[in-house]
Design a protein around this ligand. Sequence first.
Ligand code: DHB
Length: 308
Amino acid sequence: MCSLVTRFRSLILHNPISNAAGVFGTHTDELDQMFRTHSGLMVTKSATLGSRVGNKWPAYWENSQISVNSMGLPNNGIEYYVDYIRDLPEGKPCILSIANIDNEQTADILQYINELDYIKYPEINVSCPNIEGKEQLAYDYEGLEYFLTNILDKNYTKPYGLKLPPYFDPVHIDLVSDIIESHPNIVFLTCINSVGNVLHIDIDTESSVIIPKSGLGGLGGDYILPIALSNVYQFKKRLPHIDIIGCGGIRSGEDVFKHILVGATFVQIGTHLNRKGLGSIERIAEELRSIMNKKGYQTLDDFRGHYK
Ligand code: DHB
């Protein structure tokens, strides 16, 4: 019988599956539900310093293949999530996701959590596409370097990760990798966030399926799997000492297998969990196990990063 046990830095996970930030992570009752699932770990909604209501509804839409969202970071503020993690029983690690919408506010958040030993490996979201008038930080290479040097490294002294947007040119992956390499506290990258600013049109209404930003929103679901795999693969190759967390387009054990084959340490699932519910985590884990059994792999390390 094969094992799905995954080592992620100092954590031992009983399987490599998590929710993605923003899905089953906004309210404590959702986080409690995640805690009770079969997942190896969990992650909160991206938190800001204070709470936010987010964008006007409808801001989320999905069909059987894709999702489009422009939620606008509705969340309960950093303390809500930090306190939740502090009070969580042993058994499942919970990663704190932090959104950067303002450098000064993020500096305050980082100073606050730097003192808390129960906050491990926060995921700093530098790729939210849904704040009107604000560029995704990770597409602004100078702004990203400034942020990492003057906000992150000055206010937070422990290991952390970045949630990155998709990149579409290997030269951009090289550029971002160079920046990341010069910040040794970055120990993981989550690839990828949604593909920002797509437009899905409803032919009956002749308008978008969501309201904010004139209908532009972040794309998730089946269509982004090949984009995610390409980003996981390229970043792992460029930065072999960094853990890459695969996120994008996962709906089956086969999809998890592909993410791990190109180098993912573990994976996060967004659109599919939202659509099918948390029961799908156990099914996906079983599908992964069955692929491994068929191929004769005992552990995830037997094929992780072995893409030919
Ligand atoms: C939201 C969307 C994202 O893709 C993200 O990374 C963070 C927040 C949102 O609109 O709430």
